[in-house]
Ligand binder design. Structure first.
Ligand code: URC
Length: 286
């Protein structure tokens, strides 16, 4: 009989919208998609036909809906911790709960220069997420971030001085379009932090570095983004960044009397460069 090395189970893609009604017309919304994976004394369900340890995944889904109802005002980070603590407290045979919450971001409509109290527009640039891992008797880890946040600038980016060999065809440039689809994840060292403020500050730091510094390479810009997040957001200990280099290629209009034009570019998806790194605050283990 093969050894059961590792196992986990749960419910994925549980979707719900929470409406926090501050008063009859002023509402906040949070639309989430949740994955919850459970581990613990569950071997019996794999090694025999004994299902008594299985909290059905349907129950997991119902629990998420119920906890959403009871906690309409918690931000993603706080809500992830509530979910994790609930499962560990209620089911003593579970040892670990892994949670991911992905948000469909809704921002308030601006009507007559005022933010509307209950009308929203989908803020579709990327998917904000939170991950939590709660281990019975162990440490809780919590991280937040954003996937596929697309940004672009039209100058203040170049790429020169790179390694040249017989396979090199790339011309150096000191003025290029720089675009990337940021995936970033930051891990909290302080579980009492204001996660919402921290998330907003981290995204602001990414934007500030992108917009206000000359980029000599995606690698350098990535490092400066991570450095800025760690500088600006005290509650964060590590930052992981993945920046695809989304190329916009200069279209040759020489035949039409517009040689070396710098106006019309071809957007491309593939192939793309892929630059990734993890940065750790001094004094913290990676
Ligand atoms: O910023 C860049 N980093 C690279 O590693 C690279 N490679 C490449 O072809 N163009 C670029 N640009």
């Amino acid at each position: 009989m093969p050894a059961l090395k590792q196992n986990q189970y749960g419910k994925s893609r549980v979707r719900f919208l929470r409406v926090h009604r501050r008063d009859h017309s002023h509402h906040d919304v949070s639309e989430l998609e949740a994955d919850v994976l459970l581990s613990g004394d569950l071997e019996g369900s794999y090694l025999s036909d004994d299902n008594s340890s299985i909290v059905p995944t349907d129950t997991v889904k119902n629990t998420l809906h119920f906890l959403a109802h009871e906690n309409p005002d918690l931000c993603r980070g706080e809500f992830a911790l509530v979910i994790g603590h609930h499962f560990l407290a209620k089911y003593p045979h579970l040892h670990q709960v892994k949670i991911e919450l992905r948000e469909r971001a809704w921002s308030r409509m601006e009507i007559a220069d005022r933010l509307h109290p209950h009308a929203f527009t989908h803020d579709a640039n990327g998917t904000p997420f939170t991950k939590a891992l709660l281990v019975r008797g162990g440490e809780t880890t919590l991280s937040s971030g954003i996937r596929d946040h697309l940004i672009l600038k039209t100058t203040a980016s170049g790429f020169t001085g790179y390694h040249v060999c017989d396979m090199t065809t790339l011309p150096p440039t000191t003025d290029r379009i720089l675009s990337t689809k940021v995936t970033a994840e930051w891990t909290f060292s302080d579980l009492d932090a204001n996660f919402q403020e921290a998330d907003a500050a981290a995204l602001k730091a990414i934007h500030r570095i992108f917009a206000t510094t000359y980029s000599p390479s995606v690698q350098r810009t990535l490092y400066e983004m991570g450095e800025a997040i760690l500088h600006d957001v005290e509650s964060v200990a590590t930052v992981q960044l993945a920046l695809p280099n989304v190329h916009f290629l200069n279209i040759d209009l020489g035949k039409f009397g517009r040689p070396g034009q710098n106006v019309v570019f071809l957007p491309t998806d593939e192939p793309h460069g892929q630059i990734e790194a993890t940065m750790v605050r001094d004094g913290f283990a990676g």
